[in-house]
Design a protein around this ligand. Sequence first.
Ligand SMILES: [Zn+2]
Length: 244
Amino acid sequence: MTYEGQKQIVRTHICLDCGSGLVLVHDPATGGPTIRCGQDKSHLEYRLPQGPEEKIRRGEYPQGATERDKQALEAAVGRNLVQEDLYLSKDLESGEAVLASLRVLALALADKVGLHADLGHICIYRGKPRITIDGYYYHAARQHVPVRVGTRPLTLLERQDYQIEEGNHAWIARGFIRGEDQQITGLGIVTAAEITERSRKHPDQLRSPVVAKNPQRMAEKRAEWQCLRKLVPLGIEEESDADS
Ligand SMILES: [Zn+2]
């Protein structure tokens, strides 16, 4: 990772263990700067912070919230976001309109696993209904399984191991339950070609504008998503991991 890349992560991410801000410290092992928690240098993992609404969508409520409070908060967040439209009217990747029959399938899937479309727990991705990152966290929280996922770009050595081509963005995610490393990872890659690829239907447009806009963040999200799919089993068929 470049020094600029490290500085960027320090600005945008927080400690996975305690939620503190990050700092760059000298790493004797590599002789260069490395990212650490600003409060406790033994904390090595980090993640993106969540806003209050995102927390609700992930089943994290303010301390002392009653079941009634939780329902009221969820209703408010659901009304605000109208996520069903955001996630179920268009394919998350291509932006193409979703058929009504696929929407029905997606809603049935959400229902089956106790998730809520209006909280953004389900989406259409590459033509299939999929549980979202928020959906997996929500499911885990409802099962009282404290799940955390740390993310970071691959190191140079890992890029060689995984044979990541020059110009591709590659992140890795690592899953923790009750603070314990589950030895479960997810890999997220955005290829250079993907960023510039044109839509087949509309050659004047990019195939994935969302990916092109922020490929780093998208690679990170893909890594986290893949990790969560393994970390939070839902016990349904949806789980195939053939893509991403
Ligand atoms: Zn920390």
